[in-house]
Design a binder for this molecule. Sequence first.
Ligand code: G6P
Length: 472
Amino acid sequence: MAKTIIVSNRLPISLRHRNGKFEFKPSAGGLATGLDSIYKSGENIWIGWPGNTVDDAEQRAEIIIELHDLKMAPVFLTKKDVEQFYEGFSNETLWPAFHYFTQYMVYNPDHWDAYVRVNQKFCEAIIKKADPDDTIWVHDYQLMLLPQMLREILPDATIAFFQHIPFPSYEIIRMIPWRKEILEGVCGADLIGFHTYDDMRHFLSAVSRITGMSGESGYIQAENRIINVDSFPMGIDYNKFAKQAKSRKTQNIVKDFRTKVGEQKLIITIDRLDYSKGIPQRIHVFDQLLKQHKELRGKVSMIMIVVPSRDRVQSYKELKEEIDLLVGRINSEYSTLDWVPVHYFYRSFPFEELSAFYSMADIALVTPLRDGMNLVCKEFVASKTDQTGVLVLSEMAGASKELQDAILVNPNDRQGVVDAIYEALSMPEEEQKERITAMQESLKKYDVFQWVKVFMDRIEHVKGKQAELTSK
Ligand code: G6P
């Protein structure tokens, strides 16, 4: 029986070195949850990088055995691969380009060579495990060449690709010297998915202008097959968040946190450290709010969780410095002995504590400058089990297309965001409940399991359509 192989740059675990030994830490990310039932069933498997380098051959062999029991197979990256493929081409060329931060783009041919080399490495690892008629589902921008590499070796395999970050306009894609190779790489797939309709449209336009392949109403005509391109907005494990927020454990944490912060209003912000998330801009907004509405001083605090990420990449290092400085500045200006404007945490939190933050927050301020989807805003909504609370959400997040009952803002419009927070702070409870309930209904229906199902069903549909066309 044909099996399904999931491929992503990171495996749903990460490998940590401790006292000369290694240990695995499972990832609780949304994708891992959604795909859990897929890769753990039958002969299916997940292939990817374990998140750390391992030089010792014996240790590698041990890791392979341990991961095998977890239904995973590792692709080992060298230190140079990490520098040039992961930090380099993936996160200093593709990431800034796709998020419209062209000022951070690096054009380094060595990084490009590493990108080709590592995609090839993934291809070889997959070929070792794959049968000719397997389904291979490749995830995200680190592996855009992989679908075509696989297609050349396994012409009859079912190959799907999903991009979790935005796909920008043709005007941006054309700046990348290797744009044609990248688009042709993705077009090795039978089904290509994005979070939003706009991403899909940009992709189709870039493919027809750069590769010359014609694309219309969601289909691209490749040389010998059709490729389906569509949007599939990813959801969350709704019940997991709703259940956790209600749990005694989380409610006890809420009580404890409440005692510590007092009866003030709370605004929560949670992000990976990334310039696409608009973190400094948010601190400026909060500063402006406290300047314009002096009566709010002492009555509202921002809880800002910044999860460390890509800290060896220059633009991320600089961002960390900038945030540290801005938080220092705002807190030193307004703090009193019993109140601080911004509670700033540069670390991750356990799930039950995150749930407590979501549950107790009056407002979630999710204002990325650009975001493929953003799951934080969905997690906040799912955690509001009494239906009070307000979501202030950036129009630049993919999630804004679904969450129309949030207060939608343009994150570049500082006064607009200040006004939105003010509106959120004064919103009547009845209106809060109406908005949260409406958003909960849709998040419950389109959860991450539904997302996986719809995508997998579509793969089958596309294969059927291809067979129909070739038999004509
Ligand atoms: C985004 C990307 C993922 C990536 C994650 C964490 O969500 O879409 O592909 O894995 O960020 O980034 P990292 O560089 O730590 O893998």
